[in-house]
Design a protein around this ligand. Structure first.
Ligand code: SF4
Length: 205
């Protein structure tokens, strides 16, 4: 498993705590707990999906199946990569059977893990991939109403967009997803690095 090394004790404790969790029944059918991965040293940008799929459950890494490959391409186009300044998480850490949407109860059970991760990572920008992440983090249920808009909570900027798996099923949404990605680059340039280079979204002078 590829993981940015961290010698931070708090992070290692958090990791151990989450990896040994059996707080809900999702753990019984999953191969293991998918903690998340990326740059754990104060990444300015965090992406949050719904939960592990089949490949993720097998490899115990987030976003490594077809949707993950699309996410990596999107990150590249925007000048990011999952191991530098970015961390990738899911709302639930164990795979829901047959990739069903995690229930409210399962999300509630996993919520302390997600909040502990976010507290530790302390990102400035959080991208919510799909309706489940948006509902869980922002309490908003309509993705079509809230997608592509910034929501500020305690100094952190949240933006909800389509889950890459939804984009694979609905390629006609990719244009809107690209617009969202450009907003993320704009916010990154505004808050983190004005000189950020994005291969497919050059800065206008
Ligand atoms: S989904 Fe979350 S709460 Fe449920 S067992 Fe896995 S890590 Fe624990």
């Amino acid at each position: 498993m590829i993981e940015q090394s961290s010698d931070d004790e708090e992070f290692l404790r958090l990791r151990e705590d989450i990896l040994s969790c059996e707080r809900c029944s999702l753990r019984q059918e999953a191969h293991g707990v998918v903690f998340g991965e990326g740059d754990s040293h104060n990444p300015p940008l965090v992406f949050i999906g719904e939960g592990p799929g089949e490949e993720e459950d097998r490899l115990l890494r987030p976003f490594v199946g077809p949707a993950g490959r699309l996410l990596d391409k999107m990150l590249y186009a925007a000048g990011f990569d999952r191991f530098h300044g970015v961390y990738i998480l899911n709302v639930v850490k164990c795979r829901p059977p047959f990739n069903r949407t995690p229930t409210q109860e399962e999300r509630r059970a996993c919520w302390p893990h997600l909040t502990a991760q976010l507290r530790y990572l302390s990102p400035r920008i959080v991208v919510l991939l799909g309706a489940t992440a948006m509902q869980t983090l922002l309490g908003i249920s309509s993705l079509s109403a809230a997608r592509g808009r910034w929501h500020e909570r305690g100094g952190v900027f949240f933006l909800a967009t389509y889950h890459p798996a939804a984009l694979l099923r609905n390629p006609q949404w990719k244009v809107k997803a690209w617009d969202d990605l450009k907003k993320i680059v704009d916010k990154y340039r505004e808050c983190i690095n004005p000189d950020h280079e994005a291969p497919f979204y050059r800065k206008q002078n």
